[in-house]
Design a protein around this ligand. Structure first.
Ligand SMILES: Nc1ncnc2c1ncn2[C@@H]1O[C@H](CCC(=O)c2cccc(C(=O)O)c2)[C@@H](O)[C@H]1O
Ligand SMILES: [Zn+2]
Length: 353
């Protein structure tokens, strides 16, 4: 796990620049953000779990043989979240970790179906995430918004439940801005989710499905055509289809690129083979994200360092990447202008030292 972190670090000066750079994170999973500290605390609360309580043992536990193995381990961590207080603790601590990296705004992908099917009361679940969101904004200054995603492999029952939770006016939380689709893609065709995305979009939510992470470019086309995707989670295989790259560039559909994730789940063999450079060359809007940072031995700062290396960026290039994420976010115009202003002021100050 730490191997990714150590190998990928940028030269010292860029590391220091990145650490204080104000950032936005658009693709990060709620449960997948549980740090070793949070996992150990939850595992200690629920000692019957198979997840190790010792943070050191988690390094091996979070080493994956393939994408299916990653999902199996992911679900064992989901099993640790059993009470509304577990949900609140996780959400609040995730916000603390984001704030430490100067993340000013994050869209956190939450899978409410996984919690409600495990017996957490739906009202208590919504109250827990909203309570943590408000506390985090007041205490850390980090603004959180939610993306509720369908765990596609769990079928249409999960799709129906997720859509209900996202669109029922009595339940849907104030911080909810978007609707997603996650989990394995193989054997889970995207078009079947069209009616659910139609309902979510009609209720005012943005469409941000995962696509082209573990399957080919046709899945990205499906996400665009059937699910009316406004951004694509990963979209890695788009690089294999020049027409798709041209379409993404022309319509300014951003990709939520998560380089280290793609190596850890073995979706891409090595960082040097990652297609992020091809996306940029084709004029596609690229945002850099961390996906499930502790599980992949990374964090958002490290993903920016990886991007700096793969794209050969200096401080201005990194600031532009950070601004891409702000522009591609679902923040309002004033909020975007405020964070982009902070990025510019910080970068100018750094270069003037
Ligand atoms: N890189 C990723 N790419 C894709 N998804 C990712 C990624 N990282 C994290 N996820 C998350 O994985 C979960 C998958 C959950 C799932 O498939 C499932 C299947 C059957 C039952 C249940 C259950 O809960 O009972 C869950 C989703 O919640 C998604 O948000
Ligand atoms: Zn993801």
């Amino acid at each position: 796990m730490t191997q990714h972190l150590v190998d990928a670090r940028a030269p010292r000066d860029l590391t220091a620049f990145i650490a204080e750079l104000p950032k936005a994170e658009l693709h990060v999973h709620h449960v997948g953000s549980a740090s070793p500290r949070i996992v150990s605390e939850l595992a200690a609360r629920h000692p019957d779990s198979k997840v190790p309580t010792d943070p050191g043992a988690l390094v091996d536990y979070f080493t994956f043989t393939d994408f299916a193995h990653f999902i199996e381990v992911y679900l064992s961590v989901v099993d640790l979240i059993r009470t509304p207080e577990d949900v609140r603790l996780l959400t609040y601590e995730v916000a603390r970790d984001l704030a430490r990296q100067q993340v000013r705004y994050a869209e956190l992908t939450i899978t409410p179906f996984s919690s409600t099917r495990r017996g957490i009361d739906e009202r208590a679940f919504m109250d827990a995430i909203e309570d943590a969101r408000k506390a985090a904004e007041a205490e850390f200054g980090t603004v959180l918004r939610w993306c509720f995603d369908i765990p596609g492999e769990a079928g249409l029952e999960a799709a129906e439940e997720t859509t209900r939770l996202a669109t029922d006016d009595r339940l849907r939380p104030e911080g909810l801005v978007s609707f997603g689709l996650g989990g394995p893609e193989v054997g889970v065709p995207r078009p079947q989710f069209k009616p659910y995305f139609d309902r979510a979009i009609a209720a005012g939510l943005h469409s941000v499905p995962h696509a082209g992470e573990t399957t080919g470019p046709e899945t990205v086309w499906d996400a665009l055509t059937h699910l009316r995707a406004e951004r694509i989670g990963h979209g890695t295989s788009s690089a294999r289809d020049p027409k798709l790259l041209a379409h993404l560039a022309e319509h300014r559909i951003p990709l939520e690129v998560c380089p280290t994730s793609n190596i850890a789940t073995r979706a891409v063999s090595t960082l040097d083979e990652h297609p992020v450079k091809e996306f940029v060359k084709a004029g596609v809007v690229v945002t850099i994200n961390s996906d499930d940072p502790p599980m992949f031995g990374t964090d958002l700062d490290n993903e920016y360092a990886v991007a700096a290396r793969l794209l050969d960026l200096d401080e201005r290039g990194l600031a532009d990447l950070a601004k891409n994420a702000v522009d591609a976010s679902f923040l309002d115009a004033a909020g975007k202008a405020r964070i982009k202003g902070e990025i510019d002021t910080y970068t100018a100050g750094w270069l003037d030292r």
